[in-house]
Design a protein around this ligand. Structure first.
Ligand SMILES: Nc1ncnc2c1ncn2[C@@H]1O[C@H](COP(=O)(O)OP(=O)(O)O)[C@@H](O)[C@H]1O
Ligand SMILES: [Mg+2]
Length: 325
C-alpha cells in the first residue's frame, strides 16, 4: 500500500514538477525525474527551516491577495466544524440540486478535503485528469457535474505523507490549476475543522457564501458554531445552516425518531443570526445511494430526500442573492 501511495504521489509530483507546479517549493526540482527517493528527499527538505523561511516571506508580502478562479462566477463552500456530519453528501447533492432546480446553470464540484476525499466515490468517478495545452487539469464529469479531487491524483491519501506545505501546495493546485470552463456555481466540499486549509482557501479565493452542515447534536453544534464564527471573521458571508440527520423515520412503522436531537441546528442558526437552510432526514437511501456513487438527487429524484436537498439548493440561491445585493 505504501509503495502504491508513493507511486501515485510521485505521479502527482511529476505532473506538478513538469508543469512547474505550485508543489515546487523552496528547492530546485528538475522536470521528469521524480521517484519515491526524490519524493522522500523532497519531504525532508520541507523542514522547519523552509517553513520558517516561507512564513517570513509570506509575512513580508502580507496576506495573499484573493484571486477569482477563472471562469467561475460564484464559489459556495460547504463546511462544518466536525467530520462525519454529512458535509460531502450535502455538497454533492447540493451541486446536483442547484442544477436540477435550474438546468441552465452550470455547476462544478471541488473536493478540498485532501486528507479524506469523498467526491470520487460519491460521484462514481476515478482516473487521472487529462491536461490542457496550458497544463491545466480537466475535471472528470458525471451527472453533468465537472469534479476535481485529490482522490483523482493519489489513490491512498495516507495522512503520514501530507504535511504542512504539501497540503497547502495541493490546495493551491486544486484552486488554480483546473480548467473549469465556465461555471455559475462551484461547490467546494471543505475538509472538517477550522484550520490552515480553511484559512488558506478563504484567503485565496473570493467566496460568495458558506453553507454550514451540522447534526442537531450538541457536540456537532459546538463545532458548527466555530465554523460560522471563522467565516464571519474572514468576511465570508454565511448563507446558513443545514441540519442533517435530524429525523429518522422507521421504514416499516413510520415512527419518527430524533436520534441526534430535533432542532439544534435551527436554534443555533437563530442564535447566530444566520439563515436556517433546511432539514435533511437520516435516511437509509441517502447512505446506500451515496455508497454506490448514485446521489439521491439523481438516483431517486422523486423521493422526499431528493426534495429536501433541492429545497436546500433553492434556499442557498435565495441567500446568495440576498447577501450579494
Ligand atoms: N442524511 C443522511 N442520511 C443517511 N446517511 C447519511 C446522511 N448524510 C450523510 N450520511 C452518511 O454519513 C456518512 C458521513 O457522511 P459524509 O458526507 O461523508 O460526512 P463528512 O463529509 O461530514 O465527513 C456517510 O456514510 C454518508 O453516506
Ligand atoms: Mg467529507
Amino acid at each position: 500500500m505504501a509503495s502504491s501511495t508513493y507511486g501515485r504521489l510521485s505521479h502527482l509530483l511529476r505532473i506538478c514538477v513538469n508543469k512547474h507546479s505550485v508543489l515546487q517549493t523552496g528547492t530546485e526540482m528538475k522536470p521528469g525525474h521524480v521517484c519515491c527517493a526524490h519524493f522522500m528527499r523532497y519531504q525532508r527538505l520541507v523542514d522547519s527551516k523552509v517553513l520558517t523561511e516561507r512564513q517570513k516571506q509570506q509575512m513580508a508580502r502580507g496576506l495573499p491577495k484573493q484571486k477569482p478562479i477563472t471562469g467561475v462566477k460564484q464559489v459556495i463552500v460547504v463546511a462544518s466544524g466536525k467530520g462525519g456530519v454529512g458535509k460531502s453528501t450535502t455538497a454533492v447533492n447540493l451541486a446536483l440540486g442547484l442544477m436540477a432546480n435550474d438546468p441552465s446553470k452550470s455547476v462544478g464540484l471541488l473536493d478540498a478535503d485532501v486528507y479524506g476525499p469523498s467526491v470520487p466515490k460519491l460521484m462514481n468517478l476515478k482516473g487521472n485528469p487529462e491536461l490542457t495545452d496550458n497544463n491545466l487539469m480537466i475535471p472528470l464529469t458525471n451527472y453533468g457535474i465537472p469534479c476535481m479531487s485529490m482522490g483523482f491524483l493519489v489513490e491512498d491519501v495516507a495522512p503520514v505523507v501530507w504535511r504542512g506545505l504539501m497540503v497547502m501546495s495541493a490546495i493551491e493546485k486544486l484552486l488554480r490549476q483546473v480548467e473549469w470552463g465556465s461555471l455559475d456555481y462551484l461547490v467546494v466540499d471543505m475538509p472538517p475543522g477550522t484550520g490552515d486549509v480553511q484559512l488558506s482557501i478563504t484567503q485565496n479565493i473570493p467566496i460568495s457564501g458558506a453553507v454550514i452542515v451540522s447534526t442537531p447534536q450538541d457536540i456537532a453544534l459546538l463545532d458548527a458554531r466555530r465554523g460560522v464564527e471563522m467565516f464571519k471573521r474572514m468576511n465570508v458571508p454565511v448563507l446558513g445552516l443545514v441540519q442533517n440527520m435530524s429525523v429518522f423515520q422507521c421504514p416499516s412503522c413510520k415512527h419518527q425518531t430524533h436520534i441526534f436531537g430535533s432542532d439544534g441546528a435551527r436554534h443555533l442558526a437563530h442564535t447566530l443570526g444566520v439563515q436556517f437552510l433546511g432539514d435533511i432526514p437520516l435516511h437509509l437511501t441517502i447512505r446506500e445511494m451515496s455508497d454506490r456513487g448514485k446521489p439521491v438527487v439523481v438516483s431517486s429524484p422523486d423521493s422526499p430526500e431528493a426534495e429536501a436537498y433541492r429545497k436546500v439548493a433553492s434556499a442557498v440561491v435565495q441567500q446568495l442573492e440576498e447577501v450579494n445585493t
